[in-house]
Design a protein around this ligand. Structure first.
Ligand code: NAP
Ligand code: ZN
Length: 350
């Protein structure tokens, strides 16, 4: 076992505190990573505050991990000491089911092992459940470690490991590109990288944000149009407009109104994960052959493809680097939509 320093939250209403956790001895296929940066995703907040239920405490969140390989197991062939690497939302899956064989491990029929808060054998993580990237070191099996191309800083790459692939995957699946009108609801951590990626794919990109306060940034990230959803006129003007709408909002939205912005055969994809059920009128969907869909992160091969795409197009996240003792305050600011556009923890401060 190796001791690692980490920041853990002890209870849903607790504050983060520094703790020591154990990482397993390297198995033949394991990679030991010195974490350099860990992004703060809104899913970390939903989990840390037990908004989805089932959080195990103490909880060490963090699934946007960028770092350097410190050691490798005897059979590791994909990574070597010193490599710039990343780990996203998953650290393992069964490898045998249909989705795993199709490189869609996030939909593993036997349940993927998520980077934190998934029950595992104590030989995998001594606490009996996974502990994430708000930590100085992680041990991950080599197939769930990706390479971060030269040309993207580790700090701006970290958020791509979740936010980047969560947007890249549906944009690819629903063929975003030239001639396609894509709207992104919410320009936070997920949304802002979605704007950059969709624009780089050649789509016509519209941001639907609660206000126009981030309009200049949105245009700088590549958006062609920017609308405030607080303005009722927006919903009249954009009716039947889009081929694809990606909803990244972490709060409940009147989704039926957004569905009506879809063109014939258009699809609205749910990415944001508040708890309440969605309400859509059957007529809204049937009347214009619209689809309501959802998407979860992306597979490991696609995560690598996304990183290569981002390196090629000069895309990184817009970040504010914080020290580990600022996590609680950063969480409050994310919830208040007061982040431009992702907080990233400097692991040297853990
Ligand atoms: P974030 O940085 O907090 O961004 C969410 C954005 O939603 C905000 O910037 C804001 O954008 C908008 N928003 C927030 N509260 C709102 C409200 N009350 N009404 C209307 N708009 C509001 O969060 P994130 O890290 O991007 O994550 C977003 C959601 O995606 C979370 O629920 C997270 O759990 C989920 N998620 C899902 C996946 C997946 O695989 N499906 C992966 C990662 C995260 P504007 O200011 O522009 O309106
Ligand atoms: Zn995430």
């Amino acid at each position: 076992m190796t001791s690692a320093a980490a920041y853990a939250i002890p209870a849903p209403d607790g504050a983060f505190e520094k703790v020591t956790i154990q990482r397993r001895e390297l198995g033949p296929h394991d990679v030991l990573i010195d974490v350099k940066f860990a992004g703060i995703c809104h899913s970390d907040i939903h989990t840390a505050r037990d908004e989805w239920g089932g959080t195990k405490y103490p909880c060490v969140p963090g699934h946007e991990i960028a770092g350097l390989v410190a050691a490798v197991g005897s059979a590791v062939s994909k990574h070597k000491v010193g490599d710039r690497v990343g780990v996203g939302c998953m650290v393992n899956s069964c490898g045998r089911c249909g989705p795993c064989l199709a490189d869609e491990e996030q939909y593993c029929a036997n349940g993927a092992t998520m980077t934190y808060n998934t029950e595992v054998d104590p030989s995998v993580q001594p606490e009996g459940y996974t502990m994430g990237g708000y930590s100085t070191q992680v041990v991950v099996t080599e197939n769930f470690v990706v390479q971060i191309p030269e040309g993207i800083g580790l700090d701006v790459a970290a958020p791509l490991l979740c936010a980047g692939v969560t947007l890249f995957s549906p944009l690819r699946h629903w063929n975003a590109g030239p001639g396609k009108k894509v709207a992104i609801i919410g320009m936070g951590g997920l949304g802002h990288v979605g704007v950059k990626i969709a624009a780089a794919m050649g789509a016509e990109v519209t941001v639907l944000s609660h206000s126009l306060s981030k309009q200049e940034d949105g245009k700088r990230f590549g958006a062609h149009h920017y609308y405030a959803t607080s303005d009722k006129q927006t919903f009249k003007e954009l009716r039947n407009r889009f081929d694809l709408i990606l909803n990244t909002v972490s709060a409940d939205l009147p989704i039926d109104s957004y569905m009506r912005l879809l063109n014939l055969n258009g699809t609205l994809v749910i990415l944001g994960l508040p708890e309440k059920p969605l309400a859509v009128k059957p007529f809204t969907i049937a009347g214009y052959r619209r689809s309501l869909a959802g998407s979860m992160i992306g597979g490991i091969a696609q995560t690598q493809e996304m990183l290569n795409f981002c390196a090629e197009h000069g895309i990184g996240a817009e970040i504010e680097v914080i020290s580990a003792d600022e996590i609680d305050n950063a969480y409050d600011r994310v919830v208040a939509s007061d982040v431009r556009y992702r907080f990233v923890i400097d692991a040297a401060t853990i």
